[in-house]
Design a protein around this ligand. Sequence first.
Ligand code: URA
Length: 205
Amino acid sequence: KSGRWAEAVPSVRAPEREGGLQACRRCTLWRDATQAVPGEGPMGARLMLVGEQPGDQEDLAGRAFVGPAGQVLDRALAEAGIVRSDCYVTNAVKHFKFTPRGKRRIHQKPDAGEVEHCRWWLEEEVAAVRPRLIVALGATAGRALLRREVAVQRERGAVLRLEEGRSMLLTVHPSFLLRLPDPAAKAAEYDRFVTDLRLATSFAM
Ligand code: URA
């Protein structure tokens, strides 16, 4: 069964059942965001990809990883031989956190409390999708899943065990690749990212 998780999973717990993700008031990020951005993909997907939070374009579109970071992710997934629509793609935090600057909205990293509040939704998704492997894209996703601080460059590329007996692989966030100014470093880091995704798919298949 394929679909957007907010609609696809009927078994959310009591208070949330009333309004679902769009009615979430667990933290205050809903106030400035356009909407909550749910995860998307098949229930039973072998791979689950977890980002940080929706960006500007995701907030407007209501879909995860459709902006510039999503384009990098799409290219890297294709190079790793992974079909994105076979994966469940979501974020650790479901609302866009930003500060306005003129007409632009500048991304703000979610704080530990926001990540902790939103973990409720992530756990629901993991329980519903039951992936073989969860790929944490960057430190925020890693922190949400491991429930501790993570050092991405030190811990990346290895399969880690989660408390609930699930498996996770930590790698960089695609936005990190976009921010690297040096073209050679960018190309090398991109190749490492694709290598991590190849490892993920070999583990999950
Ligand atoms: N960055 C993320 O972490 N998630 C998105 O959906 C978009 C950008």
